[in-house]
Design a protein around this ligand. Structure first.
Ligand code: SPM
Length: 300
């Protein structure tokens, strides 16, 4: 055993074992470490990058897989284009977290986006991504982007009425990301948004974390008049599924139908996962999930 999340099998091969999730008694994911690229402890977290034959290059923060070359598109494209194609005119976008660069890469592609500000707490994740994960690190090269190394909550608290869309691309609610799941943070997001602004936040898996998601819905509906959960499939996450909490300042928002289709068509061939059809289908949830979320929404 090298440490908690790395172990050897009977053939003496190194394997990564995910333990850094919310319900680590149930959730497990194992990926063979073909070649370790780097492992280091930053001021905020443990950062590991390695290669696997099937998944390609992988990024792990504090024992939890963040992204792999194989399937990162399903997360980065959906967390970006769902809110950007719900908002009527998403010119100014704020990304909180997202240190690998994948969300910045996607957001900057959108034809209506003019300015992107990103606030990431850990500069070492950015440096590692640029060096070892250039398919995502390339996101930091876009001239629409201004990058700050700062605590996301602090940034949001100090900026009022500035953004059309705010994306919170955080790791799980442990360690440096904990504050990004608290009521005070959602209140600050509300105030940081312009008229009709929209937030889209990493919101865990309905298979393992439904109580957590219900609790999040309960908090956010005290602040935003409209909210929904959208789902995507990520093969390298322990349940293979993750979702996003999307909330709008507008009372009459149509979450399910993608706007801007004509302009968006120009970038469609650069995408691997998102389409207007995937957009609509993300809001169709299994009955047991929909019932439970409706129950929260109907009892504010
Ligand atoms: N830019 C991609 C970063 C990914 N951020 C989300 C990572 C979530 C990892 N854990 C998923 C397990 C669900 N409990």
């Amino acid at each position: 055993m090298a440490n908690n999340e790395q172990c050897k099998n009977h053939d003496n091969e190194d394997w990564f074992v995910e333990t850094g999730v919310l319900n680590s008694d149930q959730c497990r994911l194992t990926i063979k470490i073909g070649r370790k690229l780097i492992e280091k402890q930053s001021k905020y977290q443990n950062i590991l990058a390695f290669e696997n034959e099937k998944f390609g290059r992988c990024l792990v923060l504090d024992d939890a897989i963040q992204c792999t070359e194989l399937d990162e598109c399903s997360y980065q494209e959906m967390i970006s284009f769902l809110p950007l194609n719900i908002h009527p005119n998403p010119e100014r976008v704020l990304i909180i977290g997202g240190g690998d660069g994948g969300v910045a890469r996607e957001v900057a592609k959108h034809p209506l986006v003019k300015h992107v500000v990103q606030c990431e707490i850990d500069s070492e994740v950015v440096e590692i991504s640029k060096k070892y994960l250039p398919f995502m690190g390339v996101g930091f090269e876009n001239e629409k982007l201004k990058l700050f190394f700062q605590d996301g909550y602090e940034y949001v608290r100090n900026h009022k009425n500035e953004f059309d869309v705010i994306i919170t691309d955080s790791s799980d609610p442990k360690g440096p990301a904990t504050t990004l799941y608290q009521s005070e943070y959602y209140q600050a997001l509300y105030e940081c948004l312009r008229h009709d602004g929209i937030i889209c936040c990493q919101a865990e898996s309905y298979w393992f974390d439904l109580e957590f998601i219900k609790n999040l819905f309960h908090k956010v509906q005290q602040i935003f008049p409209s909210l929904a959960y959208a789902s995507t499939a990520v093969a390298s996450y322990p349940s293979g599924q993750i979702g996003f909490l999307i909330a709008s300042k507008s009372k009459t928002v149509d979450f399910k139908h993608a706007k801007h289709q004509e302009k968006f068509q120009k970038i469609a061939e650069k995408l691997r996962y998102y389409s207007p059809e995937m957009h609509s289908s993300a809001f169709i949830l299994p009955m047991f999930v929909q019932r439970q979320l409706d129950q929260v929404l109907n009892n504010p």
